[in-house]
Design a protein around this ligand. Structure first.
Ligand code: UD1
Length: 422
């Protein structure tokens, strides 16, 4: 298992080019299953989760390959509709193949995603919507078996999600695109990645109105064709690197991204004392003094994103005062707290609330990455601490941050990957 050795006291400054969003690339790759003719997707990041989904789709007999940041896919040779546990267990987003398979081929067998480190994360809303569209769903031996009604087509319906779910909204709009009749979906997620998927479906011939609002209307079409599309910039990667500037009185220019994607995060950065300047496709964060404390409450988009909670907490550890965090999306998303405390932070958790008393500096320590975004908060904290910190279990970071070491090095972080098997 690889580890990062980080020698701290860095000032994080320089330019970083932002990759395509992992959380958009995954549903867009799943959507390729819907097309009868070849599809080309650009700006796809090279990440473990992307490789996993490509392997999953390829395992169905589909011709799919990635060269550079472009993925091409031709579904003509598909010979099964099966997503095995071995691949699904590493990535919850694998469930996103269920909607496309069911809608286009009338059947699917997909392993249930295993328990996840950041909470139990059920998929009941996905399944409830497919049932409302006439599918028969059973769960046997850890697999979801889904069958479309007689005739092999899902049937359009009115459905409102019980809670806002990003993956649920994505899975169901993909299914509805090929259903018979019209589907009206209420309480949809508004995340930019959902919008990106809806736009790609439209480019494939889908008829969707209300994109970017909480009610989407999808008029099912007979077939979808391939298209050429480019993945939206990764707003979480963008925010993660900009956060480094706030922690180290630094100056980070993020390119190939858009301020419109992360308004709630940039507002908090400004509240904490950063000077934020933006252009059409770049954002710059400059910081001179110690951060000011903040209060953060995670919410579905356009609220503050849960995927930036750990990074903002790492900044607030160094603030001149006390900050409060309330995590509303996931039940167990404070696993980075004990690790940040090992680095000298002072954080107390009570249920969904974390109270952070700012300290002057982090101190180096061996720590363990606990989930994808939490791992970036530890990397940034270690980069500011005086001395050497060893970060274990960095496979989490490889799931979601493309070329993380070279991007961090270009920003002045002294980071080395160690293969502990050697
Ligand atoms: C996506 C993102 C993830 C982000 C999350 C919230 C991807 C690949 N991942 O995850 O990075 O943190 O959105 O912004 O895009 N829930 C249910 N039943 C369901 C579905 C969800 O109870 O059927 C609950 C979940 O347990 C969770 C909440 O709803 O507490 C939000 O989950 P959801 O929006 O579905 O997150 P993901 O799509 O898994």
């Amino acid at each position: 298992m690889d580890q990062f050795l980080i020698t701290g006291s860095s000032r994080i400054a320089g330019e970083v080019t932002i990759s395509g969003a992992k959380n958009a690339a995954l549903p867009l790759l799943a959507a390729m299953i819907l097309a009868e003719t070849p599809t080309t997707l650009h700006n796809v990041p090279s990440l473990q989760d992307v490789r996993t989904l490509i392997a999953l789709i390829g395992g169905m007999g589909i011709h799919i390959q990635k060269q550079g940041d472009t993925v091409t896919c031709d579904t003509k040779t598909i010979d099964n509709f099966y997503a095995p546990y071995d691949l699904v267990k590493t990535m919850r987003a694998s469930i996103l193949v269920l909607g496309p398979l069911l809608a286009r081929f009338g059947e699917a067998e997909v392993s249930l995603p295993g328990g996840c480190a950041i909470g139990s994360r059920p998929v009941d809303q996905h399944l409830k919507a497919f049932e409302a569209m006439g599918a028969t769903i059973s769960v046997e031996n850890g697999y979801v078996k889904a069958q479309a009604p007689k005739g092999g087509k899902l049937i359009g319906c009115n459905f409102s999600f019980d809670m806002i779910t990003v993956g649920g909204t994505e899975n169901v709009i993909m299914a509805a695109a090929l259903a018979k009749g019209t589907t009206v979906l209420g309480n949809c997620a508004l995340e930019p990645e959902v919008v990106d998927l809806a736009n790609m479906l439209v480019a494939m011939g889908a008829k969707i109105s209300g994109i970017g609002t909480s009610t989407m209307t999808i008029e099912g079409v007979e077939r979808l064709h391939g298209c050429e599309y480019s993945v939206v910039a990764d707003r979480i990667e963008t925010g993660s690197y900009l956060a480094g500037a706030l922690m180290t009185r630094g100056d980070v220019l993020a390119k190939n991204t858009s301020a419109l994607l992360l308004t709630p995060v940039l507002e908090k950065f400004e509240d904490m004392g950063a000077v934020i300047t933006t252009g059409d496709d770049w954002i710059r964060a400059q910081m001179t003094g110690r951060p000011r404390p903040v209060n953060i409450r995670t919410q579905p988009h356009p609220g503050f994103p849960t995927d930036m909670q750990a990074q903002l907490m790492a900044i607030s550890c160094l603030a001149d005062g006390t900050s409060t965090f309330i995590e509303n999306i996931f039940e167990n998303r404070y696993m980075h707290v004990p690790e940040l405390n090992r680095l000298g932070a002072s954080i107390q958790v009570d249920g969904h609330t974390a109270v952070v008393t700012g300290v002057e500096n982090f101190t180096a320590a061996p720590v363990m990455a606990t989930d994808l975004r939490a791992s970036m908060s530890l990397v940034m904290a270690a980069a500011t601490a005086e001395g050497e910190s060893l970060i274990d279990r960095i496979y989490h970071i490889d799931r979601g941050y493309e070329n993380v070491e070279s991007k961090l090095r270009a920003l002045g972080v002294n980071i080395e990957r160690i293969n502990s098997n050697n």
